[in-house]
Design a protein around this ligand. Structure first.
Ligand SMILES: Cc1cc2nc3c(=O)[nH]c(=O)nc-3n(C[C@H](O)[C@H](O)[C@H](O)COP(=O)(O)OP(=O)(O)OC[C@H]3O[C@@H](n4cnc5c(N)ncnc54)[C@H](O)[C@@H]3O)c2cc1C
Length: 459
C-alpha cells in the first residue's frame, strides 16, 4: 500500500503532476471514452517527458505497483487504466517537430491523431494514422494503425523510423533499423508489452486534399452492396481505401454505407469511384474533395466520449457468398442506433506487401477485417447489446481466422491475446522474457513471460 509520505516523495521526483483520488483532474484523466470502463488508479502520474516516465517505472517497481500506460485512452478494453496501482499518463506529452525537407516528424506519445495531423498538414504532409481524430497515436501505432493512407504508404507502424522506449528496468533505449533492431521489430505490433514509448519518428508523404466521403444504401440492399464491395475491392488502386458498415443515420434510419478516401487528382478519383457512386439506388452520396484534416475527423461525430462500447473483430478467411449472406442478415438488426455493426474494413496495397514477420504485427494477408463495433448510451441497454454482439459473433465465427488485430478487440483473455500475435508470438515471447521478465507491463494484450517452445524442445 502506498503511504502519504511515499506519494509526496514521488511527487517531488516528477516534472509533471501527480493526481490522487479527490484531486480536481483525477476523474477527467482516469475516465476513458468507453463508459463501460470505470477503474480507479491509486495514483496518476501526468508525465512531462521521458525522465518522468523513467521515474514512474522505478517508483512502481520499488512499490510493487500494477502499472497501466495511457496514450490517448481509446483502447476499447480500457487497457490504459488500472484498478489501484499507477496510471502512467502520457497524454500531456504533445511535442511534435516536423522536418519538412526530410519528410519526417518526431512526435511525443500523448498526441492524438488530429493533433499530429494538424502539425504535419501545416507542411502539406501526413503519415498513415487512424480514422477518428481523438484516437491516440501511440496505442494506435504500437498495435498497427489502419487508416486512409495505408494502401499507398502502409500501416502507421510501417512508417516508424525510430522510437525511444523505456523498458521495465527503467532504462531508455532508442530503437531503429540500425539500433536495438530486435526491440524495434518487437515494439511495432506488440502493443506496449515491451516498454513505454516516449517518442516516435514517422516518415511523411505529400497529402493535401483528398476525395472522401461515403455512399449510403438502404439496409435492405446490404447483400448486393457487399457483393459489389468484395468485387470492387479487387479492382481499386492503392490510393483508395474503403470500408463498409451497417449504421443508422439520424434522418434516414438504418443504412448500409461504403465509405472511402482517395488521395490523388479529382479526375482520377471520379473515374475510380464511379462504379461505387453509380451502383444500386443510394440514399445519399457525400463524396467530395475535402481537406485531409476534414477527412480525418469526418467520423468523429459518431464516436463521442461517454458511450458504452463493446467490440468483436477478426479477419475474414474469405468474404465468400455465405459470409456475405450472414453479414447481410445481421445488418440493421443492432438494438442500438449508435452501432457500426456489422462492419468490414478492406486492407490492401502497401500494408499487405510487408511480410507477416517483418514487424511484430502479423496480419498482412487477409484483405477483409470483420468488426462488430457496438455503441450504446445507457447502462439499461448493456445486456441487450452485449448479447446481440455475442450472437452475431457466434454466427460469424465459421468465416473468421483464429487470431485478430489487437487494437480492435475488447478484453478477451490470454488465448485471444496470444493468437493475435500469430507466427510472431514465439519471437515476442523471447523478447518479453528479455525485456520484461516479471510482466511489469501487463495492462495490454498481454504476452506472459514463460518458456519459449524452443527452450521446451531443448529440455
Ligand atoms: C473511436 C475509435 C476509432 C478507432 N479507429 C481506428 C482506426 O481507424 N484504425 C486503427 O488502426 N485503430 C482504430 N482504433 C483502435 C485504436 O487504434 C486503439 O484503440 C488504440 O489502442 C488507441 O490508442 P490510444 O493511445 O488512444 O489508446 P490507449 O488506451 O491509451 O492505449 C492502448 C494500449 O496501448 C498502450 N500504450 C499506449 N501508449 C503507449 C506508449 N506510448 N507506450 C507503450 N504502450 C502504450 C496502452 O497501455 C494500452 O495497452 C479506434 C478506436 C476507437 C475507440
Amino acid at each position: 500500500m502506498l503511504n502519504a509520505s511515499s506519494i509526496e516523495n514521488f511527487r517531488n521526483r516528477l516534472r509533471g503532476s501527480l493526481l490522487i483520488p479527490g484531486d480536481a483532474a483525477y476523474d477527467a484523466i482516469r475516465m476513458v471514452p468507453n463508459a463501460m470502463i470505470d477503474r480507479r488508479p491509486a495514483v496518476i502520474a501526468r508525465c512531462a517527458g521521458a525522465a518522468d516516465v523513467i521515474a514512474c517505472v522505478r517508483f512502481a517497481r520499488e512499490q510493487d505497483l500494477l502499472v497501466s500506460v495511457r496514450g490517448g485512452g481509446h483502447s476499447v478494453a480500457g487497457k490504459s487504466v488500472c484498478e489501484g496501482g499507477m496510471m502512467i499518463d502520457l497524454s500531456a506529452m504533445k511535442g511534435a517537430r516536423v522536418d519538412p525537407v526530410a519528410h519526417t516528424v518526431r512526435a511525443e506519445p500523448g498526441l492524438t491523431l488530429g493533433e499530429l495531423d494538424r502539425e504535419t498538414q501545416a507542411f502539406g504532409l501526413a503519415t498513415t494514422l487512424g480514422t477518428v481524430s481523438k484516437t491516440g497515436i501511440s496505442g494506435l501505432t504500437l498495435g498497427a494503425g489502419w487508416g486512409h493512407l495505408h494502401g499507398s504508404y502502409g500501416l502507421a507502424l510501417d512508417n516508424v523510423i525510430s522510437l525511444d522506449v523505456v523498458t521495465a528496468d527503467g532504462r531508455l533505449h532508442t530503437a531503429s533499423a540500425n539500433q536495438n533492431q530486435d526491440l524495434f521489430w518487437g515494439v511495432r505490433g506488440s502493443s506496449g508489452n515491451l516498454g513505454i514509448v516516449t517518442s516516435l519518428e514517422y516518415r511523411l508523404y505529400e497529402v493535401q486534399t483528398v476525395f472522401g466521403g461515403a455512399v449510403f444504401f438502404p439496409v435492405a440492399q446490404a447483400k448486393d452492396v457487399l457483393h459489389f464491395f468484395r468485387d470492387f475491392a479487387q479492382t481499386i488502386p492503392d490510393e483508395l481505401v474503403i470500408q463498409a458498415t451497417a449504421m443508422t443515420l439520424p434522418d434516414a434510419g438504418p443504412v448500409f454505407a461504403v465509405a472511402g478516401c482517395y488521395h490523388g487528382s479529382s479526375a482520377d478519383a471520379e473515374k475510380v469511384l464511379k462504379p461505387l457512386r453509380s451502383f444500386g439506388t443510394s440514399v445519399a452520396d457525400i463524396f467530395d474533395r475535402i481537406p485531409y484534416l476534414q477527412m480525418q475527423s469526418l467520423f468523429d461525430p459518431f464516436f463521442p466520449p461517454g458511450r458504452r462500447t463493446y467490440v468483436k473483430s477478426n479477419f475474414l478467411r474469405e468474404l465468400n457468398d455465405s459470409a456475405i449472406a450472414t453479414i447481410a442478415s445481421l445488418a440493421g438488426t443492432s438494438p442500438s442506433a449508435y452501432s457500426f455493426a456489422p462492419f468490414v474494413e478492406h486492407w490492401h496495397g502497401a500494408a499487405t506487401r510487408v511480410s507477416p514477420t517483418d514487424t511484430a504485427f502479423p496480419h498482412r494477408q487477409h484483405p477483409f477485417n470483420f468488426m462488430l463495433w457496438s455503441n450504446w448510451a445507457t447502462p439499461a441497454e448493456t445486456e441487450n447489446n452485449l448479447q446481440w454482439t455475442r450472437d452475431c459473433w457466434n454466427a460469424m465465427k465459421p468465416y473468421l481466422i483464429d487470431s485478430s488485430y489487437v487494437n480492435y478487440v475488447s478484453d478477451e483473455g490470454e488465448s485471444v491475446s496470444r493468437a493475435a500475435y500469430g507466427p510472431n508470438y514465439e519471437r515476442l515471447l523471447a523478447l518479453k522474457n528479455r525485456y520484461d521478465p516479471t510482466n511489469f507491463f501487463r495492462m495490454n494484450h498481454n504476452i506472459q513471460p514463460g518458456r519459449t517452445a524452443e527452450a521446451a524442445r531443448n529440455d
